[in-house]
Design a protein around this ligand. Sequence first.
Ligand code: ZN
Length: 150
Amino acid sequence: MTEDLADLYQELILDHSKSPRNFRAIPQCQRVAQGDNPICGDNYTVYVVLDGGVIRDMAFQGSGCAISKASASLMTEALKGKSIASAEALFGRVREMITQGHGDGSLEKLSALAGVHQFPARVKCAILPWHAAMAAMHGKEECVTTESEE
Ligand code: ZN
């Protein structure tokens, strides 16, 4: 990886952790799942709206470290509009990239997460929101439809 690219990836992670995209609840969503990593203190709720096997909307709420928040933010951007099957395939590629550390740029913005490989303690943080999203897509847990006061 060139130094310029490493800088760009670091900026992307910082940007997404400081101003996460799709950082909200979806009151009328169909599916929801929690993900937490007690070691780091990451705790997120991922909301998914499915329509005929396609992810119409995805959002998240919660708190945690910069890596987990940036990963969740990048994930919601990447998965919106994808079918469940292609979301799963993408998760497989992202997980491989993060655990093995070879980002070749083919995952576009998600390639920014490849650098997490250098910090083994953070691998769990980066993958956590993805696990929650997969659990939400396959889970049967319905969202609470009452308005939350938070
Ligand atoms: Zn973390």
